[in-house]
Design a protein. Structure first.
Length: 67
């Protein structure tokens, strides 16, 4: 039975941590923009539901008849 090689990493994929680069930062900025966009969309849907006289909700805007 052979002995494990002690010079290599015990598990593949667990080596030194790679450095962050500009693309990681851009991905973070994009994730923040998506989150802000989702929050603003929720606010707009709730505002539209209130203007239509429907109880605030996701599907009330879609099913409400125009007045």
């Amino acid at each position: 039975m052979s002995q494990p090689d002690l010079t290599s990493s015990p598990r593949p994929g667990f080596g030194p941590k790679p450095k962050s680069n500009i693309y990681i930062g851009l991905m973070g900025v994009a994730a923040m923009c998506l989150a802000i966009g989702c929050i603003l969309l929720i606010v707009e849907i709730n505002r539209s539901a209130k203007d239509a006289g429907v109880a605030a909700g996701w599907f009330g805007v879609v099913t409400a008849a125009p007045r």
